[in-house]
Design a protein around this ligand. Sequence first.
Ligand code: FRU
Length: 499
Amino acid sequence: MTSQTLREARKYEEVSRKVIREEERPAFHLSCCTGWMNDPNGFSYYNHKYHMFYQYHPYDSTWGPMHWGHAVSGDLLHWEFLPAALAPDEPYDRDGCFSGSAVELPDGRQLLMYTGVTRERTPEGDLCELQTQCLAVGDGLDYEKYGQNPVLDRTDLPEGASVHDFRDPKIFQVKDGTYRCVTGSRPADGSGQVLLFGSEDGFRWSFRKILAENHSRFGKMWECPDFFELDGKQVLLVSPQDMLPKGFEYHNGNGTLCLIGSYDEETDVFTEEADQSIDYGIDFYAPQTILTPDGRRVMIGWMQNWDTCAVSGPTSRELPWFGQMSLPRELFIKNGRLFQKPVRELEDMRGSRVSHEKVTFSDVIRLPGVEGRQIDMEIELEAGDAERIYQKFAVRFAQNEQYHTAVSFRPRESVLKIDRKFSGSRRAVIHQRRCLVRSEEGKLRLRLILDRFSVEVFINDGEQVMSATIYTDQAADGISFFADGSVTMNVVKYDLKSR
Ligand code: FRU
């Protein structure tokens, strides 16, 4: 039975999405149907389609009472909107259906697990949020909330864990067919931890273990955990709030963290071995992964960041939608690190190809045929003069007389920088970020994917990624290259077809 609240949301989005023209959206990144989008939710493969739900406020392009938006795709790049799946319409989720995940049940139905939020007044008169875990079951289009919601509440928490910060269940099935879920939680020390719960049937849940503890090492509260096996290792992804910077690895504010280690399924013990950022750019948060039918672990994140969008200004708000997802990225482990590559399906979108080989330069150049805002471009750099390594290289794109966004590299420091200061932003938010890359003698490999309102830079075949949104006028589609000192470069650029 569809509630009045959900019916209204569905009616509203059906009408208002029609006023958004195709070219006002990214071509192959999922953007919000209408209004506001944050975290990916319920990312899954179900009934021969990829499903993506998302944190959604249809009525405005700012965050508000959370619904779940819904879209499907055959290739993870071309998305079709379906009607909103969940609305905050029950006593236990009346103030929001927060992030969660999806799994297919043995009877073929799809199970959604999400955080129900209610706000209550304390006896002192303060407003406080209660978070519990809830279920909904459906057929890929319509979902019915479970009659016995919530299935996890304050009574299931270990000692000291906060009832206000208990959210974002990521559900998965283990070898014996039973279910587990991990959630974010705030322990008594005020930082973050990940809790592990178990269930025989997906409906009756119980606490198993504290899977990982932050102890304020990486920010404070940990949001949106994901936990999976990858290339013989176990990976825990979380999105910490309130980070302090650590060299060029972690930056201030909301960040992303990947812990790589091993896991004993018998004892539920996760042993950490290494940590790293997931994305080193400006806009990436709360990623979620799936296992595709052909066995690839693919991750999509929210291509935004709370610290930069909370105060973003007229430029982005001129759009009738706010919020888009990152490219789907295939994950793998190499030399103990998490690597990411754009899903291979992206190669099917490649249209005309332009290449320039062994271009040696030491000033500003443009190359014939190299331009565009919907492109896949590979750049291979090396020193033009092995005796004297160049000082700096930069590629500028989304460029005209007024605007450009730049990715620049200083080989002597091994620092790669993204800078969107001149992308049309009128707000004093973060416009630059740097990252330390692996480079010898000025060699570096970059792959830039541009899709109208974003850039994603894959460094050294996916060893690191930097993502950023840009809202620059689409007419700014120039690309130029700059070198201080002699650089030799190979460039291959493909236009990416929309359909
Ligand atoms: C992360 C997050 C989640 C929460 C959701 C609310 O971006 O804060 O922890 O479930 O957004 O929209």
